[in-house]
Design a protein around this ligand. Structure first.
Ligand SMILES: [Zn+2]
Length: 292
């Protein structure tokens, strides 16, 4: 089966280790190591079973928390991207809040803070940079003009709930955590030497992929149908579910939660009950007639 290369729309390909059978080229290194075999990340990594396989460690143990965090990131990015959607732009803040509430327990990185300079002069300079450059760039408001106070606030900022309402910061931190092992490389493929991003495992490659699609309208999404929840590649920017079947099933499930839907379901079940009562009565009558 031919699968579309995930990075087709991105300028730079994402590479993962490959075998002799599925390799698409070799990465050249400057060390004495021989070049190694790679292939581009493709949508088949999202296939059933294959995706779960990517979230297992070397001993085969399932990495449940890691998988949940990735699904959370995909859904958060989906909400964040609604900003670029012409007719749904106004929905993104609500969608973001909803996704955060749903995945609050699955996101880890905001608990870490980096040590700040202790030297008073350096700390003041750091606070000044925060106020003049960092805070406005992130679209934040620390509510202070004092550099010392800004540095103090920043120190504990990621421990505060308010930091989570800032998509740029939160996504930036979570995704960056997974980029430590990613390398910029050169690879030979189809007779050309090309730049690429090499990831030692598929999990890291997933984060690179989501990073590259941050400002693309299409990308990976999580199917909202309650019995699915699968990560899939969108074929249109507004594709919500992984398949037409799930689109219909999800639409019905949502409709059932509305007051009209609840009323219709109640009427329907009453109608069915009346029908079965009538059938039972007729049967009983027939049985009664026979025994006479
Ligand atoms: Zn689905």
């Amino acid at each position: 089966m031919r699968t579309k290369t995930v990075t087709a729309a991105s300028a730079i390909p994402v590479l993962i280790p490959a075998t002799v059978a599925d390799q698409e080229g070799v990465v050249v290194t400057d060390t004495l190591l021989p070049p190694f075999l790679v292939r581009g990340l493709k949508t088949d990594v999202l296939d059933h079973g294959r995706f779960s396989q990517s979230f297992r460690n070397a001993e085969g143990r399932e990495l449940v928390a890691e998988k949940e965090e990735f699904v959370a990131v995909v859904e958060l990015i989906e909400a964040y991207k609604l900003r670029m959607h012409p007719s749904r732009r106004g929905e993104w803040k609500r969608a973001w809040k909803e996704a955060l509430r749903k995945y609050e327990g699955s996101i880890f990185t905001y608990k870490e803070t980096k040590l700040l300079p202790e030297d008073e002069k350096k700390r003041r300079e750091f606070g000044r940079q925060l106020i003049e450059i960092v805070v406005p760039a992130c679209g934040l408001d620390l509510g202070t003009k004092s550099p010392e106070r800004a540095a103090d606030l920043w120190d504990g900022y990621f421990l505060l709930r308010s930091a989570k309402s800032n998509p740029q910061l939160l996504l930036g931190r979570i995704i960056s955590k997974h980029l430590h092992q990613v390398r910029v490389v050169l690879w030979f493929s189809q007779g050309r030497l090309q730049p690429a991003l090499y990831c030692g495992n598929e999990r890291d490659a997933f984060y690179v992929r989501t990073m590259l699609s941050l400002n693309e309208r299409k990308g990976w999404a999580v199917c909202p149908y309650s019995r699915c929840g699968k990560v899939f590649e969108q074929s249109r920017p507004d594709q919500e579910c992984c398949s037409t079947r799930h689109t219909n099933a999800h639409r019905i499930a949502v409709w059932r939660t509305t007051s009209r839907g609840r009323r219709a379901m109640k009427n329907d079940s009453e109608r069915r009950k009346r029908k079965s009562d009538r059938a039972r009565n007729t049967k009983n009558r027939q049985r009664g007639n026979k025994s006479q």
